[in-house]
Design a protein around this ligand. Structure first.
Ligand SMILES: [Zn+2]
Length: 358
């Protein structure tokens, strides 16, 4: 079963699906899911929702499995290489084990599990760019009240919660002028942005709070005073109030520093998800721990300052534990996954399904 799973995984990582460009990957899944015994359709936003019938039991509540179809960059033209039982990219791209290893494991589990409740399988788009797919998921198509998100890297942790997340988009407008002939007529938007960014508190601010500026763009020519700069910032905290206060602080500082230079700042703050966690002894967590223990893995429940689709599920009242797929160094060109770890994740998943049918 692992050979078939690995083959399918290699097939899937070769399908380019950087965030926003998941259509071909979804088409592939629409064709593959019936072969694994399920039925699949897309919602209006392009997320995929599939159902698989129960096996070896009757009248059990459905369980939800979930993955995301998109990858981070650089994710175009991935060539997977397998060496000494470890799969990596050729080195110039990510591998895309995050989250296609999860998808491969779910599809194989659907083919081979003998005892399971009805399974709903949701594959979101644009997870890596702010959970946009899950934010737009058609929840009326899901009936499961609990399940497992296959999107944690290591097998020895189970993610039970994530932070509040604020995306902050900033556009600064100054005034263009010739940099040599009449610089005094200009207002330098790059300088304004620098002053604002330099004044922000960034990095890890306390044990549960972080802030970052990740993208900056602006200016056209060396000898022009630039009139436009935009940058993308974010902040997160396990404490919703703290996150909200920090987003406000960032907004205030940006306005203050930019306006002091005579430029204008337009700021859009979007609270993409609210801090949420499920109890350490939630049914899904216990089931995942039990299944992993059978593989000799002691999995600890953890709260992360990263965020996953589970934050949105949990906000929607669907109890989702985030379990490992076995990948390493996600979001880098060194990303890898050992076939042995994929097998462990698969065996644990099959056991989770069996335990969910008890
Ligand atoms: Zn992921």
């Amino acid at each position: 079963m692992s050979e078939r799973m690995v083959k399918q995984f290699m097939e899937m990582v070769k399908i380019d699906s950087e965030s926003g460009n998941e259509a071909r990957m979804m088409e592939y899944l629409l064709a593959e899911i019936p072969k694994a015994g399920g039925e699949a359709a897309l919602d209006d936003y392009g997320n995929l929702i599939a159902t698989f019938p129960a096996k070896g039991c009757e009248g059990k509540e459905p369980v939800l499995l979930s993955c995301h179809a998109d990858t981070v960059k650089p994710g175009v033209g991935i060539e997977p290489v397998i060496e000494d039982g470890v799969i990596r990219s050729k080195g110039d791209t990510i591998l895309g084990a995050d989250d296609k290893a999860g998808i491969a494991e779910v599809l194989e589990a659907m083919r081979v599990s003998e005892v399971r409740p009805p399974v709903e399988f949701a594959v979101s788009r644009q997870e890596e760019v702010g959970l946009l797919g899950m934010k737009n998921m058609d929840f009326s198509r899901l009936s499961a009240k609990r399940g497992f998100l296959m999107d944690n890297d290591t097998l020895d942790t189970i993610v039970i919660g994530g932070p509040s997340y604020f995306a902050i988009d900033v556009t600064i407008t100054g005034k263009a002028a010739h940099a040599g002939m009449e610089p005094e007529k200009g207002i330098n938007a790059i300088l304004a942005a620098s002053k604002a960014i330099g004044a922000l508190r960034l990095g890890r601010l306390d044990h549960e709070t972080t802030a970052n500026v990740g993208v900056i763009e602006g200016g056209l020519i060396r000898n022009g005073v630039p009139d436009r700069v935009s940058f993308l910032a974010e902040c997160r905290s396990a404490d919703h109030q703290k996150g909200q206060d920090l987003a406000k602080e960032m907004e205030r500082i940006i306005h203050e520093k930019v306006e002091a230079t005579g430029a204008k700042a337009e700021i859009k703050v979007d609270n993409l998800c609210r801090a949420v966690s499920i109890p350490e002894d939630a049914a899904t967590v216990k089931i995942a721990q039990k299944a992993l223990a059978k593989q000799g893995i002691e999995a600890k429940p953890i709260f992360i300052t990263g965020f996953t689709d589970a934050s949105i599920y949990n906000n929607q009242g669907i109890e989702m534990a985030v379990v490992g797929i076995g990948a390493k160094d996600e979001h880098t060109t060194h990303e890898s996954i050992a076939v042995a770890d994929m097998e462990k994740a698969l065996t644990a998943l099959i056991e989770m399904l069996r335990l969910s049918a008890e």
